[in-house]
Design a protein around this ligand. Structure first.
Ligand code: IPM
Ligand code: MN
Length: 344
């Protein structure tokens, strides 16, 4: 008897700027790969973002949040618009989803792909496991004496043993499946409190998972990413360091247009959320120039997480093939070339 067709519910949040353009390409390719691999996606369009906010004042209404919780995955384009004050959508939508869905791993692979004219060294092929719910992003802090000469602003970095441990454990397991080497990136010589906790936990977890542990201060890690990236395979780091070094890794491997990310709930007690690393790029929105590769590679991470690794590999191979043959000049040209590759 043939297998029953597998089906997944995926919320599609195109968001702002180029988000709708690039996620439409990725969505069609996922459907195409699904036909070839025997699954379907029940896409649930979800129009949150700047337009919705400006029209209704809502950023993430409760009903929508409960609907999102019931899905198998969330596929997000990008949020942020010059017409909305900074932080409203970033904190109110993106970070809120990361925190409330407990998406404690932000998975960001970076690798040199053939045919890409990249600034970085050829042996850059690594995955950053960025802690995604704590650190300086947690929102602990405030402003007192506002408007006076003594106005004081604080942002505290929160690092819980449980939060650090689950993130490092995910990274160590990933390292065990790859090279067996894990690198902790932190700043233990200055951030001695958080640094001590991260280091002790990383040592324990690495020993427990049977992987070797290296360490680099974040400033040195930036230098090595440029000068000697071959020393890294899986990097685990805190939220803000991870934010920063993944932009650097993206720049070194051909730019944000090619970079993918998954906000994971590795325990699969709820949906994970997938989004390209790039932002909404309002300057090129509507010009037809946006590169959908980052969105397509993010969709591949999603398929892998949903348990469709063969389809995921097809999407990644399609991106690789198009890049190897010189890339494509427009969003439409990308879509056409990728469709042909997936059909192969
Ligand atoms: C990212 C982005 C976000 C972050 C912003 C938009 C809140 O830069 O996903 O890397 O800082 O995490
Ligand atoms: Mn970032």
């Amino acid at each position: 008897m043939p297998d029953k067709v597998r089906s997944y519910v995926v919320a599609h949040l195109p968001g702002d700027g180029i988000g709708p353009e690039v996620t439409a390409v990725a969505r069609d390719l996922v459907d195409q790969a699904g036909k070839q691999h025997g699954f379907t996606i029940d896409w649930r369009p979800c129009p949150l973002g700047s337009e919705h906010y400006l029209r209704t004042g809502e950023v993430l209404p409760d009903e929508i949040r409960s609907e999102l919780r019931k899905t198998d995955a969330i596929f997000l384009g990008a949020v942020g618009s010059p017409s909305v004050p900074p932080g409203v959508l970033e904190r109110g939508l993106l970070l809120r989803l990361r925190f409330e869905l407990d998406l404690y791993v932000n998975l960001r692979p970076a690798k040199q792909r053939l045919g890409v004219d990249a600034a970085g060294a050829d042996d850059l092929d690594l995955v950053v496991v960025r802690e995604n719910t704590e650190g300086l992003y947690a929102g602990a802090g405030g402003i007192v004496h506002r408007g006076t000469a003594f106005e004081t602003a604080t942002e505290e970095s929160l690092n819980t043993r449980a939060g650090v441990e689950r993130c490092v454990r995910y990274a160590a397991k990933l390292a065990a499946k790859r090279s067996g080497n894990l690198t902790l990136v932190h700043k233990t010589n200055v951030l001695t409190n958080a640094g001590s906790l991260w280091m002790r936990v990383a040592e324990e977890v690495a020993a427990d998972q049977g992987v070797t542990l290296d360490y680099a201060h974040v400033d040195a890690a930036c230098l090595y990413l440029v000068s000697d990236p071959g020393r890294f395979d899986v990097i685990v780091t805190d939220n803000l360091f991870g934010d920063i070094i993944t932009d650097l890794a993206a720049a070194l491997t051909g730019g944000l247009g090619l970079s993918a990310s998954g906000n994971l709930n590795p325990d699969k007690t709820g949906p994970s959320m997938f989004e390209p690393v790039h932002g909404s790029a309002p300057d090129i929105a509507g010009t037809g120039k946006a590169n959908p590769a980052g969105a397509v590679l993010s969709a591949a991470l999603m398929l892998d997480h949903l348990g469709e690794p063969a389809a995921a590999a097809d999407l990644e191979a399609a991106v690789d093939a198009v890049l190897a043959s010189g890339g494509a000049a427009s969003t439409d040209a990308w879509a056409e070339a990728l469709t042909a590759e997936v059909a192969r």
